[in-house]
Write a protein of this length. Structure first.
Ligand SMILES: Nc1ncnc2c1ncn2[C@@H]1O[C@H](COP(=O)(O)OP(=O)(O)OP(=O)(O)O)[C@@H](O)[C@H]1O
Ligand SMILES: Nc1ncnc2c1ncn2[C@@H]1O[C@H](COP(=O)(O)OP(=O)(O)O)[C@@H](O)[C@H]1O
Ligand SMILES: [Mg+2]
Ligand SMILES: [Mg+2]
Lengths: 280, 284
């Protein structure tokens, strides 16, 4: 689905005022169709820059990125790439443009020149997929933050992309909004096979992915399943990151001599750990 | 220190877009308190706090600072906004200078401080938020999301306010940035007596940092208590779109299986202490 070789990027190549220091430094990346990948990394490590490469908003200064085999640098591929990879951003209030939910979700397919009956079908399907079908006639600014983000996701789904890239979609949301969005993307991945790339600063969210990529200062430094990533508490801390709360607790208990497993990711796993069960 | 009396705020009053965002809120915040404000998106948090430094005027009700009506004397608004510093929810609403350092220095410059002092305030603030020197000369739009937020926080800290209001300051910060900035703010609170009001969607941060939590729902203030009091009402919080900190949820699960496990524990450290205590009790 996504294959990048030695991706290097400098903002200076875009606007002359930008610093000439590379912000991506030879990133090799490969993501298969149907994966759920989380990208972690400190502020300024290059996550958003990398994400913008995935739908050809930015193009590598050096190296090559292929989306479904299409080189993002070829202008003739841009259209197809933008259709294959949808983007969802952080701020729920900046993503919805229309005054009615239905129109907002229809916007993408309209731009693609999809025929009106097909558009109506896609709008209905997409809103159902994110659990917002009841709100098809609603005014977006009356929705909660989590609902707005789900409408934004529906807007992307209506273009029938194979892949969605979400850049901190839950950063501005309250706990229930965060849960709604995470459940929605997990379900889209599991049930519809959509490739999900989730950029986040919440370690608990990353724990739900199949694979985690960690960026550090423009480089990809870790590529492993969540269990292997979060077992390395100290490494994660040294990268400016952390581990989920339960994982930190398990780690601390181990450090103090209680033989808890070293790869606990969820509350459920914690509750079923033998050493914990023996205390209950 | 700050007192709200029956404050109501209605946006677009009289039009079809009329929206009562804050509904009859009365509240007192004492000097030296560290208060967290939580509530679902759209519950009125940002609207409420913009009344505390007179950026918004109540549709009805009064806001008092040290007993004085904040809107009584227009000529003092600038001084009030410097004493009560507000970091906006969206950093883009705050950053406007061409360079990060100039942006952070703007506040102290306008306060009329001598250049050396301005420089000192700005540097100290940038250090607190962990922005490195190579960011100083960048334009704010060349910063990543989290770097912008750090710059916005520094801009307010540089004015050395007596009251610091932060509207979701940790959204978009990486874990080290979040913990670092919050612990520095906590330090300024304990060491310098800074009054802090923290709006947050992170139940963990609210529990860990504050002595008092205010809960808003649909424009109303529905609860006001210590973290232990607020987070013992898990069901109520879920009903209004909130939650309890992950560790406190875990401790409640353990407590259901073994009533000797204490609840009302929020931090990893305290939870580890409690569980080790239990283990010791069993082995002896
Ligand atoms: N438009 C721009 N012009 C110049 N430099 C930029 C621009 N946008 C980002 N940068 C720089 O590129 C680097 C990577 O930024 P990027 O936005 O990709 O980081 P990020 O990993 O998404 O960070 P965050 O977690 O804060 O969102 C940073 O050093 C940043 O200052
Ligand atoms: N400038 C504005 N004009 C009109 N309505 C607004 C404005 N700002 C906020 N609102 C509305 O007021 C309510 C409370 O919003 P806000 O104070 O931003 O809540 P919170 O910060 O808790 O998310 C929401 O319904 C929101 O849509
Ligand atoms: Mg980013
Ligand atoms: Mg707000």
């Amino acid at each position: 689905m996504i294959l990048g070789e030695k991706l290097t990027f400098e903002y200076a190549a875009y606007d002359s005022g930008g610093a000439a220091a590379p912000v991506l430094k030879g990133v090799d990346i490969s993501i298969e169709a149907g994966e759920f990948v989380a990208i972690l990394g400190h502020n300024g490590s290059g996550k958003s820059t990398l994400a913008k490469h995935m739908n050809a908003l930015l193009m590598p200064t050096e190296g090559t990125l292929w989306i479904k085999g299409l080189d993002t640098k070829a202008a003739s591929n841009t259209w197809e790439i933008r259709q294959s990879v949808g983007m969802v951003f952080q701020n729920p209030d900046n993503q919805i443009i229309a005054t009615i939910v239905e129109e907002d979700v229809a916007f993408g397919p309209e731009n693609l020149g999809v025929a009106p009956p097909e558009i109506r079908k896609r709008v209905a399907e997409s809103l159902t997929a994110v659990g917002m079908d009841e709100h098809i006639r609603a005014t977006p600014h009356h929705l909660s933050g989590g609902q707005k983000q789900r409408v934004a996701i529906a807007g992307v789904l209506a273009m029938h992309p194979g892949c969605i890239v979400l850049d901190e979609p839950t950063a501005m949301l309250d706990p229930s909004g965060r849960r709604e969005v995470l459940e929605t993307i997990t379900r889209l991945n599991r049930e519809s096979g959509i490739t999900v790339i989730l950029i986040t600063h919440f370690m608990e969210e990353a724990a739900r992915a199949n694979r985690i990529l960690v960026m550090d200062d423009g480089q990809l430094v870790i590529d492993a399943p969540p269990r292997d990533v979060f077992r390395q508490t100290e490494t994660m801390q040294s990268l400016g990151l952390g581990v989920p709360g339960v994982t930190a607790l398990a780690h601390e208990l181990r450090r103090r001599g209680l033989p808890v497993a070293d790869d606990i990711l969820t509350i459920d796993e914690f509750m079923h750990d033998e050493a914990i069960k023996s205390l209950l | 220190m700050i007192e709200l009396k029956n404050v109501t705020h209605i946006y677009n009053e009289g039009s079809v877009f009329e929206k009562k965002a804050v509904n009859e809120i009365s509240l007192k915040i004492n000097a030296g308190e560290m208060v967290a404000l939580i509530g679902h998106t759209g519950s009125g948090k940002s609207t409420l706090i913009q009344h505390l430094n007179a950026l918004l005027k109540p549709s009805s009700g009064t806001v008092l600072i040290k007993g004085e009506d904040i809107h009584a004397d227009k000529s003092r608004l600038r001084e009030i906004r410097q004493r009560v510093g507000l970091v906006f929810q969206y950093p883009e609403h705050q950053l406007f200078e061409a360079e990060v350092f100039k942006d952070v220095a703007f506040g102290p410059t306008r306060m009329g401080l001598p250049p050396e002092e301005v420089e000192k305030c700005a540097r100290a603030a940038l250090e607190v938020v962990g922005l490195s020197e190579d960011a100083y000369t960048k334009t704010p739009f060349e910063l990543s999301g989290g770097q912008k937020r750090r710059a916005a926080i520094a801009g307010v800290l540089a004015m050395r306010p007596e009251v610091l209001i932060l509207d979701e300051p940790t959204a978009g910060l990486d874990p080290r940035g979040r913990d670092g900035i919050l612990s520095q703010i906590k330090h300024m609170h304990t060491a310098l007596g800074l009054t802090v009001i923290l709006v947050s969607h992170s139940m963990d941060d609210a529990a860990r940092l504050s002595d008092r939590i205010l809960v808003m729902n649909q424009g109303r203030l529905i609860s006001d208590g210590t973290p232990a009091e607020i987070f013992s009402q898990g069901e109520m919080l879920k009903d209004i779109g909130l939650d309890v900190p992950q560790i406190s949820f875990l401790m409640t699960c353990l407590n259901k299986k073994n009533p000797r496990v204490p609840t009302g524990v929020f931090s990893v450290e305290d939870a580890a202490d409690a569980i080790m205590e239990l283990a010791k009790g069993q082995s002896s």
